[in-house]
Design a protein around this ligand. Structure first.
Ligand code: BT5
Length: 326
């Protein structure tokens, strides 16, 4: 744990009260001058920390910016997801950064955020718009013990976790559109990109890439997205504090990942079905060059969508683009 994480933890534990420089220097095992230097550094990053000669330091406000130490301090000890958090100003795609970490042998649970991505991507090489300070753009490294065919479970779990976090932080009810979209009032607010490296029967690692449109104003979306995308700010009429939302999402992801590894995917699937607007609808799904139409009946136990075709067959679909027909 860095000194900054420990300082922020101590200031937060004081719950609006002060912590003396002597106390901090003793508990951290560094000089009072070193504590002062770190406090000055935190202030330069935008933390409003009051310093009083008699009482010590008091945290008055934190900036609406993602700082790794701050996120670690807010998160507390996670089971897996978030035990290593890195924040970049700008990256090509956070999935690329995590892929490098994966190849370097970094443990699962590492999370990489970027303020902005220059080559944010969706599925099938589509572009994902990720400008600075408008959203959360991040990726998580996982090394689950599962077969490659079960990887869709992770997308399903991420969607349920994300939906819960958005609800707890904003009160907004997002609906899940299979396989990887979260919509509010029919417009896309978040997307999930699950990429994996696998052998025939074993996943080596999974990169879970998540993009959430947080503080876009409607005019910030380019014309071609304006009618199909929305942000939490646009829906609420006020901005959302990104560090709170980021931490809430990581906690929910960690919770659902634990549910999966404990063998409780059925509980996640049940929750997912309750909030998925694709189930029970007549849909057409494009999978590469193929188009399949039918009624979306349920989620299969590996996370695939079970589609009843016009001819009465039940097809297992693991990925594709859905158009709802009614
Ligand atoms: C997705 O793809 O929805 C997955 C998006 C994943 C983005 C995250 S951000 C962090 C991580 N790093 C990455 O590089 N990616 C992940 P898909 O279902 O293919 O949807 C892509 C389509 O959504 C595009 O073709 C646009 O129509 C639309 N789109 C692009 N940017 C958008 C945005 N910011 N908000 C809403 N819709 C968007």
């Amino acid at each position: 744990m860095t000194i900054d994480v420990q300082i922020l933890n101590a200031l937060r534990a004081a719950a609006g009260g002060s912590v003396s420089g002597t106390e901090l220097s003793q508990s951290l095992g560094v000089s009072r001058a070193a504590v002062w230097a770190r406090i000055e550094e935190l202030r330069s990053l935008g933390y409003d920390i009051e310093a009083s000669p008699h009482l010590g330091y008091r945290l008055l406000a934190a900036p609406d910016v993602l700082h790794a130490d701050d996120l670690i301090s807010r998160l507390g000890p996670p089971r897996v997801i978030g035990r290593d958090i890195r924040v970049f100003q700008s990256t090509t795609s956070t999935n690329d950064v995590v892929e490098k970490l994966a190849r370097d042998g970094v443990k699962e649970g590492a999370v990489v955020f970027a303020e902005s991505q220059t080559c944010g991507r969706g599925r099938l090489g589509r572009k994902w718009l990720s400008p600075a300070r408008k959203g959360l753009w991040f990726s998580v490294l996982l090394r689950p013990e599962m077969r490659p065919t079960e990887a869709t479970r992770l997308t399903v779990a991420s969607a349920t976790a994300l939906r819960r976090a958005l609800h707890s932080q904003t009160g907004l009810e997002a609906e899940i559109k299979w396989p990887n979209d979260l919509l509010i009032h029919g417009r896309k607010t978040a997307g999930i990109l699950t990429e994996l490296s696998a052998e025939l029967d074993r996943i080596k690692y999974v990169i879970l890439g998540i993009g959430v449109d947080v503080n876009f104003s409607p005019a910030d979306f380019p014309a071609e997205l304006r009618s199909q995308a929305t942000s939490l700010k646009a829906e609420l009429g006020k901005p959302v504090f990104c560090p709170h939302l980021a931490v809430a999402i990581l906690k929910e992801l960690d919770h659902d990942y634990a549910r999966i590894t404990a063998g409780h995917f059925a509980d996640i699937a049940e929750e997912w079905e309750k909030h998925c607007t694709t189930i029970g609808r007549n849909v057409t799904i494009r999978v590469g060059a193929r188009q399949i139409s039918g009624r979306a009946e349920a989620l299969g136990d590996e996370g695939a969508l079970l589609l009843r075709t016009e001819h009465g067959h039940l097809e297992r679909i693991v990925g594709g683009d859905v158009t709802i027909e009614e």
